[in-house]
Design a protein around this ligand. Structure first.
Ligand SMILES: Nc1ncnc2c1ncn2[C@@H]1O[C@H](COP(=O)(O)OP(=O)(O)OP(=O)(O)O)[C@@H](O)[C@H]1O
Ligand SMILES: [Mg+2]
Length: 410
């Protein structure tokens, strides 16, 4: 084993509904990510992104981390954890402050002050602010990209606030602590996935990201380089598996296997003569099933997921919902025909999002299943964690970073 704590290595922990996955990585000087260890284990304690059994979750976390550590031969306590689930909400908050010394221009402390105010205005009881991401600033002369040093009497900001239920966050943190780990770094899973699969030009032009996992579909819109909207639909691949089991009268286990092996999201992409055989429950009889019949079931549920996503997007303000393309990731994006169905449903170009710019165990993790875990690792190396987040106080940042700094030399 190398040193126990080393900022050179970051571990991403994706506590999903289907699997808990730990990934240890190291950043190369050219910006690519070298993957040193991966550990994935079935997730038995979560439902729709929420911890419903702490003991099972702790066990899954320990198993996944132990696997990743034994493969990497390195233990990293620099942990970035992903969070998702139906309890996540997001909205925009606007605030403004007067600039006392007008001729001196806007100073860093004014930017911190206006962001703090936007956060305070948006702070609901029983919810925790996960992220407050400034969208744009305005001065007396109108919108500005960077207000630093600008001469103005007033500074205004529009901040995208992502909140989570306090108890859901505390339960997840408690599981991680009881598994023997500690972290201050929590990241919304769709932001994490975006960091491993979206290209900078996509984020700039406007893109809708759908991460269709087992229990949930996380949606996020990025444009002008930032996240503009985030939301969660409580449906995913597990619903498809259940529909297949019910529709074909087979066990959920067989339904899951049949979906992965023969599934297709668009019936008209399957030839009518294609079929496969499965064993029915109750009478244990082997039967031949048309692939098109299963594709009908998958297409109906996928259409519902897309329809609910579109409905959610239609309910938000015009500013946030402009996107030029759709990227689908997460395990359920591996179903054949998903990009074609996405293109038809959203009437825009669509692709399946595979993680990019990887080295090391790249062949093992180059799958949409690992998009979130890899994004968490990448985020651990990004400047965001090493700069005062716009919106948190300088005091909080110094306090958090002193803890990390001390931890580094332990
Ligand atoms: N080859 C495949 N074809 C179709 N579906 C697949 C395939 N591989 C995995 N899946 C589905 O992907 C889903 C799991 O995806 P993923 O690993 O992204 O979920 P998760 O992150 O654990 O869950 P969530 O994000 O909802 O908490 C399961 O429903 C699984 O059946
Ligand atoms: Mg997931």
């Amino acid at each position: 084993m190398k040193e126990r704590i080393n900022r050179k290595y970051v571990m991403g922990l994706d506590v999903g509904t289907t699997k808990v996955c730990a990934i240890i990585g190291e950043q190369d000087p050219d910006g690519s990510l070298s993957i040193l260890g991966v550990g994935s284990t079935p997730s038995l304690g979560l439902k729709k992104g929420i911890v419903i059994d702490m003991d099972q979750t702790i066990e899954s976390i320990q198993k996944a981390i132990q696997k990743a550590v034994s493969v990497a031969g390195i233990e990293s306590h620099d942990l970035v954890v992903g969070i998702a689930g139906g309890h996540i909400q997001s909205h925009d908050s606007r605030a403004s402050v007067e600039i006392v010394n007008v001729t001196g221009g806007v100073r860093r402390r004014d930017i911190v002050r206006v962001n703090e105010r936007a956060k305070a205005l948006a702070m609901p009881v029983d919810r925790e602010i996960l992220h407050s991401i400034p969208q744009e600033y305005s001065t007396d002369s109108g919108p500005v990209k960077n207000p630093m040093g600008q001469v103005t009497t007033k500074l205004e900001v529009n901040v995208h606030i992502v909140t989570a239920s306090v108890t859901s966050v505390q339960n997840l943190m408690k599981c991680i602590k009881q598994a023997g780990y500690n972290t201050n770094s929590i990241l919304l899973e769709s932001i994490a996935s975006s960091e491993s699969i979206l290209l900078p030009q996509e984020k700039e032009m406007g893109v809708l990201l759908l991460d269709i996992g087992g229990g949930t579909t996380d949606l996020a819109i990025f444009s002008r380089g930032h996240i503009r909207y985030s939301g969660v639909i409580p449906l995913g691949g597990d619903n498809i598996t259940n529909d297949i089991a019910f529709g074909l009268k087979i066990s959920p286990f067989d339904a899951e296997n049949a979906k992965k092996k023969y599934g297709c999201a668009m019936t008209n992409l399957v030839r009518p003569e294609e079929s496969f055989s499965v064993t029915q429950i109750v009478n244990n009889k082997k039967v031949t099933i048309k692939r098109q019949k299963m594709a009908d079931i998958i297409e109906a549920r996928m259409e519902e997921i897309f329809h609910l996503s579109k409905e959610r997007i239609n309910s938000i303000s015009v500013n946030e919902k402009s996107y030029a393309g759709l990227v689908i990731t997460g395990g359920s994006s591996l179903i054949e025909g998903i990009a074609e169905l996405g293109e038809k449903a959203f009437e825009c170009p669509c692709r399946v999002g595979y993680p990019n710019n990887l080295k090391g165990m790249a062949s093992v993790v180059s799958s949409p299943i690992y998009a979130t875990g890899l994004g968490l690792v990448r985020h651990g190396f990004s400047d965001v964690l090493n700069q005062p987040p716009n919106g948190s106080s300088l005091y909080e940042w110094i306090k958090d970073n002193m803890i990390k700094f001390i931890g580094f030399f332990k």
